[in-house]
Ligand binder design. Structure first.
Ligand code: SF4
Ligand code: SF4
Length: 436
């Protein structure tokens, strides 16, 4: 198989980033001179264990995909990143002969947050601060998460991306990791995990640091790494319930310009121009339109360190910056270039968990769960939504295409995760009653 056949295979089989970004994966390979492959196995959001169990349960697919990728692209380097605290996974994969793959080596991170940020990984391994509007591919780099590798392994075998691993953790009785079809309702998974431990639960999709709040009707998407339950009165909820305007007004009266938010800003530490303390100082002017919004807001990854870890006064530069991004147009930002030894300054994960008052319980692996009805979101990835090609009442097979994507648009088609009957369809969702 050559690279263009491979790219076509990824597109046709609906492969997108499985680590939360949901960027169509075929685009990552559409660059000339790719020489470095980085596997992002860092899984730095607290409480997530989907990648951990993917290595344990899907090592054959992971190794198979890496072998095929090396045959097609002949990478000069393959870096398999993990956290040092999960060294056992590197030993496990070594026993499965992963190091027979040409040019593959492990790269281990301390247990720091947000080590899984693609830009931090690239800076740590390659020493490159990615400029605005540039993608890793512009520097010959492809970064893939472990779930994406499993999606690719299915695609190489001619099967679409229709199932994934998902962690259900936080304030549930028995944290579990599931292997589920896309479209599985999270309420099913929470019930199997024993239900809530609190009477004011709030559910996050992804992780607590960077994920968003969802309702019980949410269904698993290709990029849903985890479902984390927290209490409605936790520190994170204060940020969620407080508007950017209120944080901005509070900053006027209490922010003393201590710069903690800038000194520990994960993107500032890798040389990106982003100075949250200055943004907070002028935030009322930016929000009201009296000053134009600085383009550096687009360098913020919304990692949440400034709120959860840095600011002694409980202000959230992240919330303000997010609001400023929504009001502004993306523009080129000049970056700093001094960022020596930045990894030593990124806070350890245990401090993040302490601030959030969450306990890291290792879940058990539940294995395969097949619900009787699923609800598949038509928009699963970055780019354009595919168009449905099925009707209410129609019978579909597992893996059959149910939404198509036109060739000249960024996006991927969608396939049925189960065999069954379509019982509802609109512009956003397709519900399928499984018959097996
Ligand atoms: S959320 Fe805060 S710490 Fe994270 S990149 Fe944005 S400004 Fe920096
Ligand atoms: S850490 Fe808080 S108080 Fe200090 S400059 Fe940043 S927003 Fe202001």
């Amino acid at each position: 198989m050559n690279s263009s056949e491979f790219i076509n295979l990824l597109r046709e089989n609906g492969v997108v980033g499985g680590g939360g970004g949901s960027f169509p994966t075929y685009k990552k390979f559409s660059f000339n001179n790719l020489d470095t492959l980085i596997i992002n196995g860092v899984e730095c959001e607290p409480l997530l264990y989907s990648d951990y169990f993917l290595v344990k349960e899907r090592f054959e697919e992971i190794i198979f995909t890496l072998q095929r990728l090396q045959e097609i692209f002949n990478f000069r380097d393959i870096f398999f990143t993990l956290k040092k605290k999960r060294l056992e996974l590197a030993d496990f994969l070594r026993k499965k002969d992963i190091e027979n793959i040409k040019n593959l080596k492990f790269y281990l991170f301390e247990d720091i947050y947000p080590a899984g940020d693609e830009q931090i990984i690239i800076k740590a391994i390659k020493g490159i601060t990615l400029p605005s509007f540039k993608l890793p591919g512009d520097y010959g780099i492809v970064v893939l998460n472990l779930q994406t590798l499993v999606f690719i392994s299915e695609a190489i075998r001619g099967k679409p991306a229709i199932r994934r691993f998902v962690t259900v953790s936080g304030l549930v009785k028995n944290p579990l990791v599931f292997d589920v079809p896309i479209g599985t309702k999270i309420k099913d998974l929470i019930d199997i995990s024993g239900g809530y431990l609190v009477d004011n639960p709030v559910i996050f999709a992804g992780g607590v640091m960077m994920g968003g709040i969802i309702g019980e009707s949410f269904s698993i998407k290709k990029g849903t790494t985890g479902i984390i339950v927290i209490a409605g009165d936790s520190k994170l909820m204060v940020e969620k319930k407080t508007s950017a305007d209120i944080f901005s007004k509070k900053a006027r009266s209490v922010c003393d310009g201590c710069m903690e938010c800038t000194l520990f800003c994960s993107r500032n530490l890798i040389g990106k121009k982003i100075r949250p303390h200055l943004i907070m100082r002028y935030s009322e002017d930016y929000l009201s339109g009296r000053r134009s919004i600085p383009s550096e807001v687009f360098n913020c990854s919304e990692c949440g360190l400034c709120y959860v870890y840095s600011c002694p006064l409980g202000l959230s530069p992240r919330k303000v910056i997010k609001s400023l991004k929504e009001k502004s147009k993306r523009d080129v930002v000049e970056d700093f270039d001094e960022s020596e030894n930045f990894l030593f300054k990124i806070p350890p994960s245990y401090k993040i968990k302490k601030r959030l008052e969450i306990e890291d319980v290792k879940p058990n692996f539940h294995g395969v769960y097949n619900p009787s009805i699923i609800s598949v979101d038509i928009k699963q990835s970055k780019g354009f939504s595919p168009k449905p090609i099925v009707k209410d009442g129609e019978f579909v097979l597992t893996g059959e295409k149910i939404c198509k994507m036109s060739q000249n648009k960024l996006g991927v088609p969608l396939h049925s995760p189960v065999t069954g009957k379509i019982v509802y369809i609109d512009g956003q969702k397709i519900k399928i009653e499984a018959s097996d």
